[in-house]
Design a binder for this molecule. Structure first.
Ligand code: NAD
Length: 524
């Protein structure tokens, strides 16, 4: 037992605590500092062997019908629901998150994703005919087949939901999946694997490789066919480059700096409540957290005062012991980051309205914090914080709010609050983000039907939505003749001056403006 320190958490460099090479990854409870357990720090040979096993297992799994695979995935879902208590308990201890959030934002979302995608997969992945507008004598069909082994590399903030979302999509589509969880939360990934095995599903179809950054790098190099990466922008760039070297496609789910725009007619109570929930859920360690507020001058003060009041009433503490609202911060470095941005803001003239301090004593806690009088000169408004800090900025108009919201290198989620939902919709269309919610926060992380992902440096590719299921597949185009063809095609050899003239006339007849019958008549 003992308090984990910044130095002990060495992320992404392959070394263990204090930089020495380590045979294990240690997992500590952020709310208490207690050592919860260890997992192997796997090297390239082990990872390669696991991917090879996954490849072999995928052949039988991919040969099952979609319905058979879905039936097995539902067994996994049922086992998750049956064992929800132990999963929630581990999530609240290893990740330091409130039990409500472990239930609603992790276990329930995974159960819903399994339910939704097993329902839609048979139709979404069925072969479909694509009507051809020109070559009417042929028929084209699209077939969706598994790619092989999908590598999933994931972060610590939703250590159950995010990786299992990608794993479920992969296996429903007929692939095997190998998951590299964050080095900070390996135990919950191993728990998911234990539940999978316990439900009687083929063990090698879903496997977990634990370790630091180099274990993730080894996974990319081990013969996978697609990498689904969720994590920070700088790691994402390294992962995308490694995938590019090997010509492996990748999906990049990276950081965010979600703006919340409060219009002059915004409902004060709902907007303030949304800011507090959207800013402090999971202690602000959410890629789609409310990370900056642009409030119209007519409502700014009232929303700010109410948000501060609600924040003062939040209960923070060890979520494995009590029903608290806000849990712990995953490791001390995240607190250092929050403090750095707050210090910069205060030095440049911002006002601290509530919070702003780390808690003394056991565990890593940082008070939910609201800053007012912020501007884009402050890093708190422009860089991802990933902690419980919400900066406010007053604006004179909606145009100003949209301009500032778009003045960012990130574009994952954004929020617009207004009494007029149609105007909200129109404003949302002008915001540069992968998802924009009107009068709501965070909820799109749990809508299985809609694509989730970012633009700009928040990444590319999408998870969730039916298209993401097809993204897990190789698409094959099969083209057949519509009528029985004999002899040679008119477009084949030999080329002659006469055929060239006819094709040239065809160009004008087919691809110019005006009446089609006149264009055909002009050919003769
Ligand atoms: P991170 O980038 O430090 O790590 C993510 C994963 O990448 C970990 O498993 C890590 O071990 C692995 N990794 C590190 N170096 C690697 C390498 N060279 N090759 C392969 N894998 C490597 O991110 P984090 O601190 O765990 O998570 C926080 C970040 O994740 C935040 O920026 C947050 O916004 C982002 N995030 C994004 C989404 C989204 O959906 N867009 C969701 C959650 C979190």
């Amino acid at each position: 037992m003992g308090q984990v320190t910044s130095e002990q958490v060495v992320k992404g460099n392959g070394a263990g605590p204090n930089g020495q090479s380590s045979a294990t990854v240690k997992s500590y409870a952020p709310a208490t500092g207690e050592l919860l357990g260890e997992a192997p720090n796997m090297g390239p040979d082990e990872v390669r062997a696991i991917v090879a096993r996954a490849k072999r297992a995928q052949e039988a799994w991919g040969a099952l019908s979609i319905e058979e695979r879905c039936e097995r995935v539902l067994r996994f879902r049922d086992a998750i629901v049956d064992r929800a208590d132990e999963i929630i308990d581990l999530l609240s201890r290893e990740c330091g998150k409130p039990r409500h959030e472990a239930l609603l934002h992790e276990v329930m979302v995974v159960a819903d994703i399994a339910t939704f995608f097993t329902k839609v997969a048979p139709q979404a992945l069925a072969p479909r005919e694509v009507p051809l507008h020109l070559m009417k004598h042929r028929r084209s069909f699209l077939h969706y087949g598994p790619r092989g082994v999908i590598g999933v590399i994931s972060p610590w903030n939703y250590p159950f939901q995010l990786p299992l979302r990608d794993v479920l999509l992969a296996v429903i589509a007929g692939n095997a999946a190998v998951l590299k969880p964050s080095e900070v939360t390996p135990l919950i990934a191993l728990k998911a694997k234990e539940v999978w095995d316990g439900a009687g599903l083929p063990e090698d179809v879903f496997q977990v490789v634990t370790g630091y950054g180099p274990t993730g790098a080894a996974l990319i190099d081990a013969g996978i066919q697609l990498c689904v990466f969720t994590g920070g922008v700088s790691t994402g760039k390294r992962v995308a480059a490694a995938c590019g070297e090997r010509l492996i496609p990748c999906v990049m789910e990276l950081g965010g700096k979600a703006p919340l725009i409060a219009c002059a007619d915004a409902d004060i109570e709902r907007t303030a409540q949304a800011i507090v929930f959207g800013g402090f859920s999971n202690a602000g360690q959410v890629c789609i957290s409310v990370e900056r507020v642009y409030a119209h001058k007519q409502v700014h003060d009232r929303i700010l005062d109410r948000a501060v009041e609600i924040t003062r009433g939040l209960r923070q503490g060890d979520p494995s012991k009590d029903f608290v609202d806000v849990g712990a911060i995953i490791f001390p470095h995240q607190i250092d980051v929050a403090e750095k941005h707050i210090k910069d803001a205060l030095e440049k003239g911002a006002t601290l309205k509530v919070g702003g301090k780390r808690r003394k004593g056991e565990g890593q806690f940082f008070e939910p914090t609201i800053l007012a009088g912020c501007s884009h000169d402050m890093t708190v408004m422009t860089q991802e914080i990933f902690g419980p800090v919400v900066p406010f900025m007053q604006v004179d108009s909606e145009d100003e709010a949209i301009r500032l919201a778009n003045e960012s290198h990130l574009g994952l989620n954004a929020y617009v609050f207004t009494a007029d939902r149609d105007r909200g919709h129109r404003l949302a269309e002008r915001v540069q983000a992968g998802s924009v919610l009107v009068n709501d926060v965070l909820s799109n992380g749990g809508t299985a039907e809609t694509p989730f992902g970012g633009i700009k440096q928040s990444g590319f590719g999408r998870v969730l939505g039916e298209d993401s299921l097809r993204e897990m597949c190789d698409v094959r185009h099969i083209s057949t003749d519509r009528v029985r063809m004999t002899g040679k095609d008119p477009l084949w050899y030999p080329y002659s001056e006469t055929s060239y003239k006819w094709f040239k006339k065809g160009l004008r007849a087919l691809f110019s403006s005006g009446n089609i019958l006149r264009r055909i008549g002009d050919m003769f």
